[in-house]
Write a protein that binds this ligand. Sequence first.
Ligand code: HEM
Length: 473
Amino acid sequence: MNSLLPPGPSNFLAFLQLTFRHYFRLRFDPIGFSKKLTQKFGDIVFFRIFHHRVVLVSHPKYIHQILVSDSANFPKMSRIRNHLRQATGDGLLVTEGKRWHQQRTSTQRIFRSQRMSFFTSIADRHIGEMLERWEAHSTIEIESEMTLLTQRIMGDGFFGIQLESEPEVAEAVRVLSDSFHDESRSILNLPDWLPTPKKRQKRRATTLLRLKLKNIIDHRIASKDRRDDYLDMLLYPATKSNSNCPHHEHASPDEIMSQLLTMYIAGFHTTSVAMAWLLALVAQSSEIQRKIFEQSNVEFSDSPAANSDDRENYAEMVVKESLRLFPAAWELFAREASEATELGPYHIPRGSLLLILPIVMHHDERFYPNPEEFDPTRFCQKMESARPPHTWIPFGLGPHQCIGQSLALRQMTQILASVILRFQLTLPPDSIQKTKLVPKVSLRPAKDFKIAIKPRIPQAADRTNTEALTSCQ
Ligand code: HEM
């Protein structure tokens, strides 16, 4: 095995392991710092943060090695898993090995393609209600709207119930995500019982979420109701499908709680933030809205856009391009090399932390010329097949790739089509470009976008066509 370490920034204090400079840059400007390192040193960059050896990886070939071909050697960093455990318990985001495999296999059933129509009809209802409400407004705050919508769809689709006091629950999820983000990269590892304001907030959020979910679980058990949703699947595994007895052989009450919390926390914020970026980007282009609208009304339209080759996939292309520009999961969970290994021509010492930021690769000119430009045609089949594989990874890659990917893509396309069929959106040029990015667990805009909305002619909103549009995935 060779002993050549990857190139990286020198640090005159490295020998004292006091690498504050890198720590602060990575903590307070992670995206800018990582882009600069990649531009200067290349696809694999080595630097130190205190006693940690850190390797930033930004090329699809090496990312594939870490997340797919050699993934067993690169588990999630143990500190990250410990902090995630505090938020979700031992759910899919935390477990590894055999337990993870069991959870993943059983959870996958809920995302089978046959079940997608269940989620589509639930989403349709909540989207319809939201659009009705929008009729009374001329502007909307898009992130708040998408938070409410996603929360309703997820609550209904996963537990068959609306969570009471929605704003409080949304806030609790935000607090938990933020505290996970801040604590997992803090120098200090403070215990949760400390009476600091942030710890108090975290304790309150954890208690609130657990209590709400416990009520939902208890209510379902007591009522003996059966519903085709995730909670039902956890309470009554397939082997007992004919029975009305809650069956805890495979999942203990704790595990059921962890699985529900995991799905809610992992799926809720990412999807709502991704939707907010998507609609803000689309609101800046009347041309893109026109194309989506024409595609949705394809049966009534003779326009060239409606009959062109890329017609079937245009809305999905728009969704994919927005996830390229603003990947909600802008960084993956850090991985840890459990053995010394080789990555390309370089030696990666045992215990090194591997950082992968989809946003860095998504903005790399080699794969996406004019990377800051919003251009959905990058995702037409011809352009996609011309790019090297694994250059688009908003949902990660390999065995831990997002389990909700197809659901999220489908829902995003469905919401986009439904909104554009009913409303014209406007956001002043440069609004997005001028917005500061807040990279916490999800990549959020510093300030919510106020989008002007104008209803289209009523007969345009044809529901059958929305379904045709979303079924092209
Ligand atoms: C636009 C929306 C979403 C984005 C951008 C996103 C992104 C991601 C990414 C990047 C990962 C991999 C993390 C890593 O390997 O370090 C992941 C994992 C995961 N996601 Fe998503 N996600 C989204 C929606 C959802 C939804 C809707 C659900 C569930 C309802 C979900 C549940 C999960 C779970 C459980 C994992 C862990 C999978 C495992 O380790 O086996 N996500 N997600």
